[in-house]
Ligand binder design. Structure first.
Ligand code: ADP
Ligand code: MG
Length: 474
């Protein structure tokens, strides 16, 4: 037990012994509420001192304070009371608002003498904003409608997104945006969210990835907070879920999403969803979910055309404030065709290089700086080619690239093929996973890491991989 307890019941305890006591109190709390809740709620607390028998604890946000007060204040008061007889009550306040908070929450350590912790309703708007900020992911300030270059391949999706952003009444539900990687789905989603928030600041517009949605749901399950979770998500005005393909095959998350979806649609709230595939092509998505997703407006973003790529390059160069020779832009638009993200990356590299070495941007310099990117775009290897090559090299069957067999003799070549697919194609981890018998993206990630490790430690393995790479790149 804590020796501080044996100290004479004196005046204020020193900072040091308070922090030692906090170690004990928070340790006990950690054991009671579990690691995840501890990290979210207890860890960010800072013990500030005792004033007239009242222990002062600060937290960074209002949302946090409200949550702690509602869920942990009683227990905090009890534990502190046991640890330090001087402490009669606990106050939790918001650090940034120290002066502004008029009625801080208090918790008496003696049972039966509690204040009502629900009584502070001041600052409703900021409470709501904090709450929104907590479940919504931040928006990228560059992803606006103004910065989105419209062309044939994306004009329909763009028009649909604008309609949702500008409408006063839900025009179609859901808006389902789909298209390949790096073609502007997230950009359009952010533009919608930003526009809606500017237009109606009181509206709660929640944007997050399907992956985040799932993690929040799992956390709520683990912490037995699903009621709060449901309430949070079913009370928003606009719900935007990015990359919904992520929850394909994840049954309980899908189930929860389905109910959230229905509840919001029933209340006439707008839903916007993005995906890398059309609803009907989403494997592992339940039939009833697919039919719900198909109910509104489905808008696809097609692969870019030369004209759109050139338009995007011109617009980005203008934003960067650099005068690019037209020849260079045309060259890039011709050569980098996979997606807009790569196109943008290519342009940024050329500009950064020129500024760094203080030289003019020329076609030769561009070819030089981007030789790896250009080569990859020049001759796009397919995942099938990689699998065939690697299978041939290690003398295994092509079908083993897709099979579930885990024997080292087939698993290792499969990992090499996944690694090369990641290196040599523009495919995303989930896409690669799917080409290898429907494996999860985490499996691909693991394979990439494993191969990287082996390349470090085993030179003959490293040579094998290098040889394969050179053969594939032709
Ligand atoms: P996705 O979510 O479809 O994978 P993003 O929205 O993240 O793709 O787009 C990738 C990058 O390309 C972003 O930086 C985005 O701003 C840019 N981009 C995509 N399409 C356009 C466009 N039509 N106009 C301007 N920038 C675009
Ligand atoms: Mg995206």
């Amino acid at each position: 037990m804590n020796t501080d307890n044996a100290a004479p019941a004196g005046k204020d305890k020193s900072e040091n012994s308070l922090s030692a006591q906090w170690q004990i109190v928070s340790g006990l709390l950690r054991a009671e509420i579990g690691e995840a809740s501890f990290q979210s709620w207890i860890k960010p607390m800072a013990v500030r001192g005792i004033d007239d028998g009242e222990l002062k604890i600060s937290v960074p946000t209002r949302f946090m304070r409200d949550w702690i007060v509602a869920h942990y204040l009683d227990r905090l008061g009890e534990l502190w009371g046991q640890e330090n007889g001087d402490i009669k009550s606990v106050e939790v306040y918001i650090q940034s608002e120290r002066e502004a908070v008029s009625a801080p929450f208090r918790r008496k350590t003696s049972p039966g003498a509690s204040d009502n912790p629900g009584s502070d309703n001041g600052g409703d708007v900021s409470a709501k904003n904090n709450y929104r900020a907590d479940i919504s992911a931040p928006l990228d300030s560059r992803f606006t409608f103004d910065n989105f270059v419209v062309g044939k391949p994306n004009e329909f999706a763009y028009a649909a997104a604008r309609r949702v952003a500008e409408a006063t009444k839900v025009p179609f539900n859901p808006l389902f945006l789909y298209g390949g990687v790096g073609l502007g789905k997230t950009h359009l989603m952010h533009a919608i969210a930003r526009h809606l928030r500017e237009k109606s600041p009181e509206c709660s517009v929640i944007y997050l990835s399907a992956e985040k949605f799932m993690y929040r749901f799992i956390r709520a399950l683990r912490e037995q907070n699903t009621v709060d979770f449901k309430e949070q998500f079913r009370s928003v005005d606009v719900l935007m879920i990015d990359d919904v393909q992520f929850i394909s095959g994840k049954e309980s998350t899908q189930e929860e999403f389905f109910h959230t979806f229905n509840s919001l649609v029933d209340q006439g709230r707008q839903i916007v969803i993005s995906s890398d595939k059309s609803p009907s092509d989403l494997e592992g998505m339940e039939e009833r979910m697919v039919s719900r997703l198909n109910c509104g407006l489905v808008a696809d973003i097609h692969a870019t055309t030369y004209e759109l790529r050139l338009g995007i390059l011109q617009s980005k160069a203008e934003q960067l404030g650099v005068a690019m020779p037209p020849k260079v832009l045309e060259f890039l638009a011709h050569k980098i065709t996979a997606n807009v993200r790569e196109l943008e990356g290519g342009l940024n590299r050329v500009v950064a290089h020129a500024q760094l070495v203080g030289r003019e941007i020329t076609l030769e310099a561009t070819q030089d700086v981007l030789h790896d990117l250009l080569r990859a775009n020049d001759r796009r290897v397919t995942i099938e080619e990689i699998q065939k090559r690697v299978a041939g090299h290690f003398n295994i069957r092509m079908s083993d690239m897709h099979s579930a067999r885990r024997a080292r003799s087939v698993a290792r070549p499969r990992q090499v093929a996944m690694y090369l697919a990641k290196q040599l194609t523009a495919r995303s981890l989930p896409e690669i996973g799917r080409k290898f018998g429907g494996r999860d993206h985490t499996t691909v990630m693991h394979a990439v890491k494993k191969v990287e490790e082996l390349r470090e430690s085993d030179t003959s393995f490293a040579e094998d991989v290098e040889l394969l790479r050179r053969m594939l790149e032709g």
